[in-house]
Design a protein around this ligand. Sequence first.
Ligand code: FE2
Ligand code: FE2
Length: 479
Amino acid sequence: MNLYERIPNNVNLSEDKKLQRALEKWLPNYLDWWNEMGPDGFQQKDVYLRTAISVEPDGWANFDFVKMPDYRWGIFLKPAEADAKIGFGDNYGQPVYQEVPGEFRNALRRIIVTQGDTEPASVEQQRELGKTCPSLYDLRNLFQVNVEEGRHLWAMVYLLQRYFGRDGRDEADALLERRSGNPDKPRILEAFNQPCDDWLNFFCFTMFTDRDGKYQLSALAESGFEPLARTCQFMLTEEAHHMFVGDTGINRVVKRTAQLMNQGDVRQLGGIPLDIIQRYINFWFSYSLDLFGGEISSNSADFFAAGLKGRYKEQDQYDDHLAADQIFTMKIVEDNQIKDSEVPLRNALNEVLRTEYVKDCEKGLARWNKSLADEELVARTSVGGEHRLKSMPRLFLPNSRFHRHVGEYAGHNFDLEGNLISQEDFEKRKGEWLPSVADREYVRSLMHPVIEPGKIANWIAPPATGIKGKPFEFEYVRL
Ligand SMILES: [Fe+2]
Ligand SMILES: [Fe+2]
């Protein structure tokens, strides 16, 4: 591990002068981008951050106070396995690719650019959030997510510059030029152009949109293109914390809302009503489903055949790594009706991955509903509480067909249960299902910074534990 080089890395950068020069040329542009588009107003503050100093299980998370621009962005790949073999597809069992297979060069570059584009995009989306943090603990978590997304950009840029020559260098530059939500030069994927300007959005984003990242990275972590696989494996360790921030963040909002429901009217008490939380879930879940791509996809078949992009836990979950003759049955819309359609499995792999993702999201919903049930119990057993709430509503995921902009269901309208409805009906009921301008304004009206150590905003419960054994009261950011 060359940690104290200008670009910390474990890829022997100093032995590849051409690559080193290219990355050192990119570095100041990256820092300019970070200073212009990274967290606004906090760049010179000391933040209690986790920094990767080794990719080994016991050493990759080193905690200390750091100013964000001094964070050790670097290039870390999980160590290579000897004699690694391609784990699926037509070349199953053959040695992994150390260079890009020529026929897949464009497709692979596209995958890496698309993944890479999401990393700076999310930093841009979240750039104003620090100013309205509900606590120093949350502020620190926001910045941890931000610096790691910055490092993930480095990971993708390393692949582009090392394996794709001039095209790769151009793409690396373009990654710093696009801007989230900018109509003239938008980010590639739509979820990454959506505003993320309040903390409920942030928690939904890290719960649902970062979780898409987990599934994309997992599918690539077993890629036959070995440098990509090793890059993604290490990124996944960091992504776990981002999803933790989202999952526990929503859980804390839900818990607080339930406590306020026990006391009276949530709005009057300054909390976020459950129906608004549900609409935010509907919004971010549906946009995140789009990120998996079309339900029926010849690209997914080609990538699988080539051994480049597999299924979730391909080695652990499946015995048949060829998936050549199997059929997958899915719902499609035909003649204005929902019908079953049989698709060759390899063409349905986006949907297979999406199904895994939905299962994972369901677990989050179960945790949040458990919090509602716990608070309901508190209401029932407390004196004077029983008359208020016999049962609280539960949160749920909308059907996967609801509010889609990509794939089989785009261009049709569905209700939350996935029933086909007319555009007119959708427009009429949209306000029940998706955040309205008034919802967003209301949530924003609650967002006032709480920056005293140990204090927390009224609309969210404190976390169960702090970071790295520190208490919640710890001064995670020195303002
Ligand atoms: Fe990331
Ligand atoms: Fe992330």
